[in-house]
Structure formats: structure tokens, C-alpha cells
Design a protein around this ligand. Sequence first.
Ligand code: ATP
Length: 232
Amino acid sequence: MIEVKGLTRYYGNLAAVRDVEFSIPEHVIVGFLGLNGAGKSTVLKMLAGLVQPSDGSVKLSGENIETESEGFRRHIGYLPEDPPLHKDMRVDEFLIWCGEMRGMSKSDAMARLPGVIKTCQLEPVKERVIQELSHGFKKRVGIAQAIIHKPKLVILDEPISGLDPVQIVEMREVLKSLKTECTVLVSSHILSEISQTCDRILVLHQGKIVADGTEVELRGKMEANTSFEVIL
Ligand code: ATP
């Protein structure tokens, strides 16, 4: 469904991301794991069309397209690390507004809303003002805004960071239900945060993919190569 080849991004002389390649079929959750500065956000921002690659190509559903194009962005949902929520709006009003911002008619956004509220477990707070919500609910509103326009691919930058243990369990349920409707990419610093949720995990280190597999496969690689200990 998404095929990435030779994705590279330089900032001046720094290669923040180098020659990253992967492909992901539909309805799969893939994790991006790495330390601070490994290049996770840069890869995700390139796929979200927010940062221009220095080199490389991205194919979505077999079509070779520019990640910055409108055609590409229509199929992408993105949750940044610190999502810009309109905190004085009600959850339901905000999500309908986000749908309209992504080109949906108001009636289509309203028709889509109950499904999004259900997937993101926002029923108890759907009429509440965003700034009154707990951190866990705010993160889930961030996910809801990323999926309101029914994207094929949803990109979530550290959705689990800063959540308490109860909120983590709730977030895992939300992430698992997301993959019934789309393909999901999710970044994290910590393997245990995403291992129970992801079908497959790509490990990024200094801008390169250094390991790719299931949690069991990655832990096997860690035993065989102690240089992975710092990451896993
Ligand atoms: P974190 O977990 O801390 O968010 P990350 O794995 O997401 O880190 P990136 O934010 O992608 O890593 O950063 C990768 C490298 O690129 C780092 O060395 C970072 O300092 C650098 N970098 C990122 N954005 C910029 C920018 N706009 N200008 C210059 N350098 C940047």
C-alpha cells in the first residue's frame, strides 16, 4: 500500500534520514522506534508532506506521487507530537471543522463523526470543551482529527508519550481498532510502549533503518548484537 525507496533528508550537512526503504501493506500497524534525534519525526513529516525529501520516492497504492501534492495529502492523516488543537472548541465541533478543512462537506463530516468518536473512545467527552480534557483524551482528539477525512494512511508521532498507565491501555485499544480502517505508522522511543500494538517495528538509528521485524525477532537480534541494547 505504501512503498518508500531511498528516502533521504539533509539539514545542511547533516543527513537526518539516509536511504530509508520499507513497504507496508494495508491494515497493518508499523512502529518507528529510535532514540531522540534518530530521525523518526523527519521520516513521518516527509510522509505527511510537511518536509520535502532531499531524495527518494514514495508510492501510495502503486502510484508514484509527490508527498507534498494535494492528491497525496488527501490520503494521509497526521498527528504531530504536539497537536495544535483548538482548545476552546467542543470536541464534536472541532472534529467537524477539521473535516471541512480537509475538503469534506459539513454533512459528510457530521455523518462520519459518530464512527470517529467510537473508534477514538470519545463518547463521554464529545460535547466537552477540549481544554477541559485530560491528556489522554486530548491525544485521542488528536487521533480523531487525523482520521476524520478517512485517510488510507495515518501517521502518529509519539501518541503514547506522556500518558499514564490507564491512558496507555486505552490508547492501545484505539490504535488496534484504527487498523480495521487504515494503515497506521506510529513512532516511539520505547519498544514496550508499542510492541503490544504493532505488527512490525522498524528501528531507526542515526537516520538509518538498522532493524526491521516483530518484537520477538527484534529481541532475538538484540541478543545476537549488543549494539541494539541501547535502542531496545
Ligand atoms: P525525537 O524522538 O527527539 O523527536 P526524532 O527521532 O524524531 O527525535 P528528528 O526530530 O527526526 O528525530 O531529528 C533527526 C535529526 O535531524 C536530529 O539531529 C535533529 O536535530 C535534526 N533536525 C530535525 N529537524 C531539523 C530542522 N528543522 N533543522 C535542522 N536540523 C533538524
